[in-house]
Design a protein around this ligand. Sequence first.
Ligand code: B16
Ligand code: MG
Length: 215
Amino acid sequence: TIRAIIFDLDGVLTDTAWYHYRAWKALADELAVPFTEQDNEQLKGVDRLNSLRWIAHKGGLVLSAAEEERLMAQKNAHYLELIQHMSPADLYPGVQPLFAAIKAKGWKIGLASASKNAAFVLDRLGIAADFDYVADANQVKNSKPDPEVFLLAAAGLGVVPAHCIGVEDAVAGIEAICAAGMRPVGIGEPALLAQASLVVPQIAALSIAQLQALA
Ligand code: B16
Ligand code: MG
C-alpha cells in the first residue's frame, strides 16, 4: 500500500539544479578549478559544505574552516540572487496535475530536500501549501546518501517508510531513498539512476498509475 509520496525539490519539481550549477561554476572559476556540467551531476542532492569540499578536492585545494564559511556564503549569496525571480511559472509541467491526483487518492505529499533554501523556493513556486510535511537541510545532520532527511519526512507525515515512495533526480538521493526502506522513483537518465524501481525522463512523464503499480 502507498500512503505518501516524498519529493526531492531541486531537479524534480523545478530546475534549481541549473542555478546551483551556475553559482558553483562562478566560484570554481574564481578558485581556478575546472568544473563542468558533468561534474555538477555529482553534486546534485549533496549539501552545500560537501559540494564545496568536492570542488576543492578536485582542484587539490585545502581550505580552512574560515575559508569554507566565506566561500559557502559567497556561493549562497549568488544562488539567492539567481533564484530571486523564480515564480509559479518555474514549476515543472506536470507537477500540479500529479499533486491533484495524489491528493485524490488520499495519499500524503512530503518534501525531502538537501537545500537550506527549500522553503524559500517552495514559496516562490507557490506550492508551499500543498505539502503535508517539509523536511530540509536545516533539520538534519547527515546529508544524502544518508536516509535521514527521507526518514524525517516520513516521520513528519506519520507514515512508515515501507508505505512511502521517494522521487529523486540525484544518484545520492536514490541511495538515500533505498537506505530509508522506501520505493525509489528516478527522474532523469536510467543508466545513471540504475538503483531506482522506475525512471522517467521528467516529472511530467510520471503518472499516478505508475506510482500505484509500485505498491
Ligand atoms: P543549498 P535537493 C540540493 O537540493 C541540491 O540538489 C544540491 O545541488 C545543493 O547543493 C543542495 O541542495 C544544497 O542546497 O545550498 O540551497 O542549501 O535536490 O536535495 O532538493
Ligand atoms: Mg535534486
